[in-house]
Write a protein that binds this ligand. Structure first.
Ligand code: IVH
Length: 664
């Protein structure tokens, strides 16, 4: 066990390239501690439990810390926290409520800064706790770290302790750059921070935008220490060290646990990673009375969050058909606990991503699940690759319908060409067909579209026109009255203009504008269906890609038979007068809905947005224009804040709509 732990701590501390997750490492370490406690005779001087970290890597000079840099004992449950607090109370021989300084546990790397007469003179990593690596030149590039204390009366000598980390947004930017320059991406912000700090060339560190939070002091001389940790932190803040504004002073175990749960709820919205919270006795004299064990203070505790990253086997890669025909590779994993739940599947995004991350079937992979985000395979542990690992090749046919899979040049996504014949795409097609800007069938939202397909009532959108009140009334949450209304609105939609009908068909690359252009040139859908490439290319704005897509759509036998059905059922859209659509407040804007809206359903909000010319997307990215946040909005809201995207409330949305009404 000691060998194993030594090996893993070398991978982690010396190489910045761990093979196992922190949680696995923690559990190995605890097992060894338990074994040594049970058989004290077998515990030796050189056990990893007797030291704090690992030997410095070659390339940096060694520095001896003025005071050792200790580690923290960990707790993973409320019970362990209770036991800890009780032990401290016993050691203090008090039954009164104890005062605690509490703060986030930053997920970066520990650093000790030395100031002489207020001037920054050196910086060192933790190393083995007593000796670390001299990273002065690199640390000097971190702008958050003051090079001079902001006081006319500085201590003669002072060690400031804290954590160097990388903000999530800088991490994403760095990985984009790594990708663009053909370098391996970093697995997480902590690894990126460690890799950036331990650069032999400090100018590389300078370009990496590292951040720092102070969490305490080490040695000090010529400064009369205040009475509490809270006051030490206030003094550090006054000297212009970055300190977390989430630090508090609380009392009793209930105060500790309340803080833990509060920060746990906020953690994903923070701009940096934290892996738990830290509790420290607030009174410094009490800290000394309670004292230390071998590698950690007895007066402090790290209460860890469930690990959000874990290492597990990639058993297989399956392909899932998305609602727009996009094929997404999905990792089938040996089940593993991540972020408090058991994960057995994770997204792999697309084929290129798999090869970029050099992931093979059979590999050990690092899986991440943060908050309510879909679990993702972040990286592979190359040193554990088995000899029989297999390379992933994208299928040539759709697993749902057997149609050919194509990947157009310049696109990352492979798609099923089955269109309306592919069951996975039918629900989406049906919903799109009925949407406001297409056939505008009131009452037919996403949920109902799913039900109709699942119940076999609508194999394609043309089937809608044969639905009876009786069939509909049998569906979940559908009374007779709403069934009657729905049948009416379906029948009304037969009058929709040709451009709406063409848009409703969901032909790839045929958006609303193209549909309008086509409807001006071709008077019926039959005319369009029999148009030649040359005729299509005569339509303004129709280029090779669009023409090809239209030809492809109408060449498909299934699509042709659906069109025939439409005509048979009386959906004979003709282009009437022009159908002008003016500028609307949300024209061309992409919005994301998150949280619980109070006055409208998601479908209704979506309909509002679409009517105002906007588009609703499921995930927040740089392309998002607005995020509409309701109650209890979670990670999407946090991401929006990180990206500086304007956040709207439900009433902002209604105000937009009213503005629109006023204009028209
Ligand atoms: S106090 C004597 N406070 O956690 C205790 N440590 O597992 C000294 N860490 O090496 C540590 N955030 O790098 C303390 N708010 C915080 C912390 C924190 C992160 C790290 C630190 C330390 C490790 C111990």
């Amino acid at each position: 066990m000691r060998e194993q732990i030594n090996y893993h701590s070398w991978r982690y501390y010396a190489l910045d390239d761990p093979e196992i997750s922190d949680a696995e490492y923690d559990s190995l370490f605890r097992e060894l501690e338990t074994l040594e406690a049970a058989w004290p005779a077998l515990s030796g001087e050189n056990s990893p439990t007797r030291r704090v970290g690992e030997q410095p890597a070659t390339g940096f000079a060694s520095v001896t810390h003025l005071r050792p840099m200790l580690s923290l004992n960990n707790a993973f449950s409320d019970d362990e926290v209770e036991a800890f607090a009780q032990r401290v109370a016993e050691l203090l021989a008090t039954s009164a409520s104890v005062e605690w300084a509490v703060e986030p546990k930053f997920d970066g790397l520990a650093i000790s800064l030395v100031y002489q007469n207020g001037h920054f003179v050196s910086a060192a990593t933790r190393g083995d706790g007593s000796t670390g690596e001299d990273v002065t030149g690199n640390v000097r590039t971190i702008r958050a770290i003051p090079l001079q204390l902001c006081t006319p009366d500085p201590p003669a000598r002072l060690e400031v302790r804290g954590e160097v980390l990388m903000l999530k947004r800088d991490f994403r930017r760095l990985n984009e750059e790594q990708h663009a320059s053909g370098n391996k991406p970093f697995a997480n912000p902590r690894n990126a921070a460690a890799g950036s700090l331990r650069q032999l060339d400090a100018s590389v560190t300078a370009g990496r935008r590292l951040h720092f939070f102070a969490y305490g002091t080490g040695y000090c001389e010529g400064w009369s220490m205040p009475a509490t940790h809270g006051e030490v932190m206030d003094q550090l803040a006054a000297w212009r060290f970055p300190v977390s504004d989430l630090r508090r002073v609380v009392t009793g175990t209930s105060g500790l646990l309340a803080y833990y749960h509060e920060i746990g709820r906020e953690r994903h919205a923070l701009p940096f990673d934290i892996d738990g919270v830290v509790y420290k006795l607030n009174n410094l004299a009490d800290q000394e009375r309670v004292g230390y064990v071998a590698r950690a203070p007895r007066f402090a505790l790290a209460h860890k969050f469930p690990a959000e990253e874990a290492t597990t086997r990639l058993l297989d890669i399956k392909v899932q058909v998305g609602r727009t025909g996009a094929l997404t590779p999905v990792a089938v994993l040996e089940p593993v606990a991540v972020g408090g739940v058991t994960v057995s599947h994770a997204t792999l995004h697309n084929e290129d991503e798999i090869h970029r991350k050099d992931i093979m079937i059979g590999d050990w992979v690092n899986v991440r699940r943060a908050g309510d985000v879909i679990p993702e395979v972040v990286s592979v542990v190359l040193s554990r690759r088995p000899a029989d690992a297999r390379r992933f090749v994208m299928r040539e046919t759709c697993p749902e319908c057997g149609s050919t899979v194509v990947r157009l040049p310049g696109e990352a996504v492979a798609r099923c060409t089955g269109g309306l014949s592919c069951p996975a795409q039918r629900k989406q097609a049906l919903w799109h067909f009925a949407s406001r800007r297409a056939m505008d069938i009131a009452g037919l939202g996403e949920r109902l579209a799913d039900q109709l397909v699942d119940a076999g009532l609508a194999k394609d959108p043309a089937d809608l026109y044969q639905l009876t009140v009786k069939q509909l009334a049998g569906l979940d949450r559908m009374g007779e009255k709403s069934a009657i209304n729905l049948v009416k609105s379906i029948a009304n939609s037969k009058q929709a203009s040709l451009d709406r009908f063409l848009f409703a068909l969901g032909i790839r690359h045929v958006g609303e504008q193209t549909a309008r252009d086509l409807a001006r040139r071709f008077l019926t859908v039959q005319e369009l269906a029999s148009a030649s490439r040359e005729e299509l290319l005569q339509v303004p704005e129709v280029g090779e890609v669009v023409a090809e897509s239209i030809l492809h759509f109408f060449a498909d036998a299934h699509n042709r038979s659906v069109i025939e059905k439409f005509i048979r059922y009386g959906v004979e859209s003709r282009q009437s007068s022009a159908n002008p659509v003016g500028q609307t407040p949300l024209s061309g804007k992409t919005l994301v809905l998150t949280g619980t809206l109070s006055g409208m359903t998601r479908d209704e909000a979506r309909a509002w947005i679409e009517r105002l010319g906007g588009k609703v997307s499921g995930s927040v990215s740089a392309k998002t224009d607005y995020v509409v946040a309701g109650a209890d909005a979670g990670s999407k809201l946090a991401r929006a804040r990180e990206l500086g995207i304007t956040v709207l409330t439900e009433s902002d949305l209604i105000a937009f709509a009213e503005q629109q009404r006023g204009e028209s």
